[in-house]
Ligand binder design. Structure first.
Ligand code: AP5
Ligand code: ZN
Length: 217
């Protein structure tokens, strides 16, 4: 199964992706996590990406598309994947279509997580992520770790993302509306979009998403 997750910053894409990828036994590919891993390792790609991320802008397609395709190759795209945070503009959506066409593959669904803006602001304000692996995500009120400040999964230290400061969050939301939302219409034209109301408990949202997926080949 090949799935794309879309939704505004803080909608819960990373949180849901972890459960969905496990349930479906497919790799979770997050371009945001790939950039953060490069930043913590101090790679040239990480240094370049950080300036865009800290400003709330998209990292240029010239960097992002190649990175996402390398990761899909590694995962063996034919076996399926769950893309989180990619594609994020029309250029990336077209590049993904081209990549899939070249490999004789197709997407099965695009899950659009729908959350009101005041809720995403609250979710982002309380988010804490793990220093060792940014896909380990918690919330100070809604999704507390067992021990304050410590990751349940690996024991790493929890901290607030640099781009979760208020001014950057406003910019990320603006970029979402102008650059990312148009891909929803692009995928609607391919009849792939399923809208998932993403308010409520994490496990309720996972159940809605699982129920909305097309049946497996
Ligand atoms: P990225 O890391 O992709 O960030 P994002 O899209 O802004 O999404 P977030 O990670 O903020 O939110 P999420 O939807 O995953 O929510 P989460 O599960 O954490 O991208 C960061 C930056 O990298 C971009 O700004 C850009 O610069 C760059 N980038 C990445 N991909 C790119 C691309 N393709 N092209 C160009 N640039 C790119 O949940 C949020 C919080 O809510 C958590 O605390 C969680 O515990 C909590 N929560 C989750 N679900 C619930 C629930 N049901 N109820 C209550 N709380 C909940
Ligand atoms: Zn961790």
């Amino acid at each position: 199964m090949r799935i794309v997750l879309v939704g505004p910053p803080g909608a819960g894409k990373g949180t849901q992706a972890a459960y969905l990828a496990k349930n479906l036994a497919i790799p979770h590919i997050s371009t945001g996590d790939l950039f953060r891993a490069n930043i913590s390792q101090g790679t040239p790609l990480g240094v370049e990406a950080k300036s865009y991320m800290d400003a709330g802008n998209l990292v240029p397609d010239s960097v992002t598309i190649g990175m996402a395709e390398d990761r899909m190759e590694q995962a063996d795209a034919a076996e399926g994947f769950l893309l989180d945070g990619f594609p994020r503009n029309l250029g990336q959506a077209e590049a993904l279509d081209e990549y899939l066409k070249t490999h004789g593959l197709k997407l099965d669904a695009v899950l659009d997580l729908e959350v009101p803006e005041d809720e995403v602001v609250k979710r982002i304000a309380g988010r804490r992520i793990c220093r060792k692996d940014s896909s380990h995500v918690f919330h100070a009120e809604y999704n507390k770790p067992k021990t304050e400040g410590v990751c349940d999964v690996c024991g790493g230290e929890l901290y607030q993302r640099d781009d979760d400061r208020e001014a950057t969050v406003r910019k990320r939301l603006e970029v979402y509306h102008t650059e990312t939302e148009p891909i929803i219409d692009y995928y609607k034209a391919q009849d792939l979009v399923v809208t998932i109301p993403a308010l409520g408990k994490v496990e309720e949202v996972t159940q809605r998403a699982m129920a909305a997926l097309p049946s497996r080949d």
